[in-house]
Design a protein around this ligand. Structure first.
Ligand SMILES: Cc1cc2nc3c(=O)[nH]c(=O)nc-3n(C[C@H](O)[C@H](O)[C@H](O)COP(=O)(O)OP(=O)(O)OC[C@H]3O[C@@H](n4cnc5c(N)ncnc54)[C@H](O)[C@@H]3O)c2cc1C
Length: 457
């Protein structure tokens, strides 16, 4: 047996099941069982783990922060390399650079950067790991201004399919770097360090939020949709359709975060403050001075750990009235008090030659089902994935951040980028050592069980 620095757990070993379940943040765990887990403690472990699997003809999957909603790293058979212990950060403030290991969480990175007047567009939820977040594109706080976070990856240290560790830059490994920036769970190596460009912090953060009754829902959503092209890229605008805490009453909440200087904030928020329906707000918070920690806490409150989640989403450039018509069943059919529809006003951003990140649109329409009782899985999963299919005619793919290719296949890359990625995979990983996107045959959800039962009937 290879001598690892970390812990190797074969299936059946004491600690295996706790580690398997712990590899998935979502309380809804997949019923998939790797042959073994390696809790890596070093780069050498990752190299030896890949070689150990190769010597036995086994496939390799990866876990960093464990926030894949579908537990992408936990697959049947093969070796799961768990990188959750690799969580060091170093900041080089004068050069605006940071090096982060894959399990680092956005809150920690930004706490260190904030002390130096710097910031990184980390995920909205405080505990998302940078590993999967960066590979999947990375839609973080102020990403409309700073770009999807993968654009700030300048280099990586990565273990390739033959176990070699490379330091890859755009000069030394342009294809690998192109794939790092946006291939999500389709990446064909294991990143052990991300070398990031970080950004000067804004000097002020103002937050406004308005709550509207359900009668105004369509008007409010359509207005935000139509307004987003004209607002500052440093204003992050989103809407949420959900229930009022403590009441069975559906509301629409519009939230705006202005990442600005003290001079800029009021002008950035002005278009929202002039919205024709604003005087109907049931509750409002206006221009509240905030911190990134405040935003993380609000986001964490929507999706706390320990609950069951089914999340999905579609990008669309369709006019608001068409999205509202097609999405009516999703909007009207929230499966429970804690579930919500996220109406994320992205606005569309330029793509880049050195990044495979390519699928996006003006609006991201994303059902988030949240519940506790496993007996309710099918109802919630059906809402998140099946009801959403009504938007297929208007859809322009999905985000890898939320994609569930097993229960609702949808593209996360444009066809040209997807084809190039597969060509690179054959070159970098000719034996298919690394797992790629989860397939319908691997799904263990109640929805997949229903699909199989229907196919058999
Ligand atoms: C509560 C919550 C909030 C979220 N909010 C946001 C958000 O605001 N913005 C956003 O963009 N996304 C968000 N996400 C989605 C999140 O970014 C993705 O699920 C991402 O994959 C999580 O990264 P992870 O390392 O924690 O996940 P993991 O489950 O550890 O990894 C997912 C997959 O990514 C690949 N991967 C991860 N690390 C590596 C590595 N080092 N080398 C090679 N492959 C790797 C593997 O295929 C792995 O199976 C959120 C998710 C949750 C649960």
């Amino acid at each position: 047996m290879t001598d690892f620095d970390g812990t190797f757990l074969a299936r059946g070993a004491h600690g295996y099941e706790a580690a398997r379940l712990g590899a998935v943040w979502n309380e809804r765990k997949p019923d998939r069982h790797p042959d073994a887990l390696l809790l890596a403690a070093s780069d050498r472990d990752v190299q030896e783990g890949v070689r150990w699997a190769a010597a036995r003809g086994l496939r390799v999957s990866v876990r960093s922060g464990g926030h894949s909603w579908i537990g992408n790293g936990v697959r049947d058979g093969g070796l799961l390399i768990d990188l959750s212990a690799l969580d060091e950060v170093t900041v080089d403030a004068p050069n605006r650079r940071a090096t982060v290991r894959p399990a680092v969480q956005g809150t920690r990175l930004n706490a260190l950067l904030g002390a130096e007047g710097l910031v990184f567009p980390s995920g909205h939820c405080p505990s998302v790991g940078v590993g999967g977040f960066l590979l999947g594109g990375g839609y973080g706080w102020n990403s409309r201004r700073l770009g999807p976070a993968c654009f700030s990856v300048e280099a990586v240290d990565a273990v390739l399919a033959d176990g070699t560790l490379v330091h890859a830059t755009d000069e030394t490994h342009p294809d690998l770097m192109w794939a790092v920036r946006g291939s999500g769970p389709g990446f064909f190596a294991v990143v052990t360090r991300f070398h990031l460009r970080v950004h000067p912090a804004y000097t002020q953060l103002l937050r406004s939020a308005y709550v509207f009754s359900s009668e105004l829902r369509d008007e409010v959503l359509a207005w935000t949709h139509d307004t987003v092209p004209g607002i500052s890229a440093s204003l992050e605008l989103s809407a949420k359709v959900g229930f009022t805490p403590g009441q069975e009453r559906q509301v629409t909440t519009v939230t705006a975060a202005a990442f600005c200087t003290p001079d800029e904030g009021p002008a950035m928020l002005e278009p929202l403050e002039k919205a024709p329906f604003l005087h109907h707000a049931l509750r409002r918070v206006e221009r509240a001075p905030s911190t990134l920690d405040d935003l993380y806490a609000l986001s964490d409150g929507l999706t706390p750990k320990g609950r069951r989640y089914a999340v999905d989403g579609v990008w669309t450039d369709a006019p608001a009235d068409q999205v509202l018509d097609a999405g009516r069943e999703v909007l009207d059919g929230l499966p429970g008090r804690d579930s919500f529809l996220l109406w994320m006003l992205w606005g569309g951003q330029p793509t880049r030659e050195n990044a495979c990140w390519s699928t996006q649109a003006r609006l991201y329409f994303s059902p988030n089902a949240v519940w506790d009782d496993p007996a309710d899985d099918l109802r919630h999963e059906s809402w998140a994935h099946e009801t959403l299919r009504a938007l297929d005619p208007l859809a322009h793919g999905t985000q890898f951040a939320d994609a569930n290719p097993a229960d609702r296949p949808a593209r996360g890359l444009e066809p040209e980028q997807a084809a190039r990625l597969e060509r690179l995979r054959r070159r970098y990983d000719p034996e298919g050592r690394f797992r790629t996107y989860l397939s319908p045959a691997e799904s263990t959800t109640a929805l997949a069980a229903q699909r199989r039962a229907r196919a058999d009937a």
